[in-house]
Design a protein around this ligand. Sequence first.
Ligand code: PMV
Length: 325
Amino acid sequence: MTQMQGAVTGQSATSSAPGKIILFGEHAVVYGRPAIAAPVHEVRACATVQPAPHGSGFRIEAVDIGRSFLLEAAPVDDPLAAAVRLTLAHLGVPPPDAVCTLTSTIPIASGMGSGAATAAALCRAVAAYLGRTLDAAALSALVYEVEKLHHGTPSGIDNAVVSYDRPIFYVRDHPPVHLSVGAPLYIVIADTGVRSLTKTVVAHVRRGWERDPARYDALFDQIGDLVMEARRLIEDGRVQELGMLMDENHALLAALGVSSPALDALTEAARLAGALGAKLSGAGRGGNVIALVEEDMIDEVVRALEEAGAARTIRTVVERERDGI
Ligand code: PMV
């Protein structure tokens, strides 16, 4: 078995993709303002493609959600089938006889990019199985098409961050810019345990924007300005000041109507326990908060978040690229 891209046809191939957090700028990014996101390597989606007997078709087995189905029988808007079909069309090859097994440790519908990561792992594993490689830009474009099935108007940030697998500064319809990180950002992610569909929350914001475009555009502008400032602080390693921007971003997201009592309670608990700042991350209404912490405060903040009702916590660090890219 190969863990890498470029496996020989007929041998099994495995690929994985990380979860993600949006550090700054969600929702406003849908309306053309910039945003910042980073991969979360502690949780991953994984796809393995293995040969199957001649004539058996291409089967997808999504272990965590108990689905097993043949590609040819799947509806056109099935996101998993679409990831495979798009990849095969991109490579110009018919479906091989194979079984693709999917597993993931990324919480579903909680703003951690589980759909995008699963699609990315799947596209790459299919390509690798066929002895082909997909560069980050090609992969991101394929995953973007799949993301459209999850929610009609994705900004493209989720597919970009999981495909490029590095911290990015992102503006819709532009290639992602690699963000250099001046000092490590220790982040605690805390799950409210409340599932929330990105599509529903994005549609809610759109209705608000249609009703009162001046107010919403002003909020998006404020978020956009804050993201520009956050970019400078991240590059310069000015972590303390970054915490305050997280708090401000959370307040602006609350003004957009995408926070919730559970998200507010977790952000408040993190701040009281000594976090430098905290905000919801992703679409909101449920899902996760992220708290920026100093390294020696991580345990304390984790404890406080768990006491405040977090269903799960994940520790991660956003840092300079390990490969120096
Ligand atoms: O998929 P989520 O929940 O991480 O949300 C993505 C971020 C949004 O800005 C809310 C939507 C988008 O397409 O950028």
